[in-house]
Design a protein around this ligand. Structure first.
Ligand code: UD1
Ligand code: UDP
Length: 365
């Protein structure tokens, strides 16, 4: 029996680990436990209900406007205590958050192998996105098994000198997640006008806190004044820093709806109803090929160039005029993604990851 501890703390980690958690739970060769660091609160708790995930350990570290140091200390101490009390054969982490990196570091201190889901993503700029690029580099260094979603991610790791025998191209578990939730009932609770086209917007990146978020807000305000047949829906991140920037610019503006974050089922439904998506999210970049939707990326660089190459994502940044011009161009001239090819896989990533973990412990790797 392989004793696995899966650790998450934020919304995207839960979404992308959910299919793997299910996969491991169903397999008698695994004794699987779950640790929620609590880096996020409401945004994670809602998902745990929907996905019926019951963590065995919860650290509850979140505080309002938390610093990176606060998360780092909380995760290091909390995960450390649990690893002192209970022995695990392997720890699984996902992505690039501070929960991801610090959990890997703590596991390393305890000499427990780490499996990194979504390894090898790089912009090659350590300050963009910040601190995620460094979190990924360090997590990949600390891990024993790197589950790269694409060949491109694998090549990034090889360029850094990572031993090829520890890298496995699996696809991205986000595709598994979207496929899984297609069986869920949608209880869509937003009142959207039937006679308008929907544009969904999300933005939360730390690099945009200073000026980017205000520029995004101003661009949407300007667009909403000109294009009366467009309806903007903004499920706003819980972070007060994000809210303080966006809400004063857009509250009360016609054809703009700012809502609480939507649960994953509702959010995917909203994306399906949208004719265009504007976002700086990592996960959303990976979702648009599955949903066959165009995305304007509100960032200057991406670690997911596959989505750009496949024709689903256009990099726009956070310049107000550039956002305005690109949205205008799509409204006026249309833009349909050019391919049906999904660079992020076939929905079987979790199955592959489980198989690789088994082979690591039972032989042949
Ligand atoms: C974090 C990750 C980021 C990821 C994002 C996904 C780090 C450093 N950042 O950024 O990589 O893209 O999650 O959304 O790991 N808050 C709530 N309730 C919640 C969640 C957040 O109130 O459920 C508020 C709190 O005031 C908290 C603040 O948001 O202090 C920021 O949360 P934090 O996890 O530090 O940063 P994110 O911007 O969410
Ligand atoms: N998402 C969600 N509800 C929302 C907004 C986003 O469920 O209101 C999902 C989205 O589909 C994606 C994930 O949250 O799977 C992305 O999370 P976020 O943008 O917070 O983090 P990132 O991916 O940028 O790290």
């Amino acid at each position: 029996m392989i004793k696995v501890l899966t650790i998450f703390g934020t919304r995207p980690e839960v979404i992308k680990l959910y299919p793997l958690i299910e996969e491991l739970k169903e397999d008698k060769d695994f004794d699987t436990k779950i640790l929620n660091t609590g880096q996020h609160k409401e945004m994670v708790n809602e998902l745990l209900n929907i996905f019926n995930i019951n963590p065995d350990f919860s650290l509850n570290i979140m505080e309002e406007k938390q610093s990176l140091e606060h998360i780092t200390k909380g995760v290091l101490d909390g995960v450390g205590k649990i690893l002192n009390e209970e022995k695990f054969d392997i720890v699984i982490v996902q992505g690039d958050t501070t929960t991801t990196f610090v959990s890997s570091l703590t596991s390393f201190y305890h000499k427990i192998p780490v499996g990194h889901v979504e390894a090898g993503l790089r912009t090659n700029n350590i300050y963009y996105p910040f601190p995620e690029e460094m979190n990924r580099i360090l997590t990949d260094k600390l891990s024993t098994l790197d589950f790269a979603p694409t060949e491109n991610a694998k090549n990034n790791l090889i360029k850094e000198g990572v031993d090829e025998s520890k890298i496995f191209v699996t696809g991205n578990t986000i595709v598994d997640a979207i496929q899984k939730i297609s069986n869920f009932n949608v209880n869509f609770n937003l009142n959207l006008p039937d006679d308008k086209k929907i544009i969904t917007v999300t933005a939360h990146r730390r690099e945009s806190w200073e000026n980017g978020l205000s520029r995004i807000g101003n661009a949407i305000k300007k667009l909403s004044k000109i294009y009366k047949d467009i309806f903007f829906v903004i499920p706003i991140h819980k972070n007060p820093v994000v809210r303080e920037k966006i809400i004063p610019i857009l509250s009360g503006v016609d054809n703009v709806l700012i809502t609480e974050p939507l649960d994953y089922i509702n959010f995917v439904h909203l994306m399906k109803k949208s004719f265009l998506i504007l976002s700086d999210s990592g996960g959303v970049q990976e979702e648009v090929p599955t949903l066959n939707k165009p995305l304007l990326l509100l960032r200057n660089e991406t670690e997911r160039p596959e989505a750009v190459k496949a024709g689903f994502v256009r990099i726009v940044g956070t310049d107000e005029d550039k956002i305005f011009e690109n949205v205008k161009d799509i409204i006026d001239n249309g833009w349909k993604p050019i391919s049906n090819y999904n660079p992020f896989g076939d929905g079987k990533a979790s199955e592959r990851i489980k198989k690789i973990i088994k082979e690591y412990f039972y032989g042949s790797i």
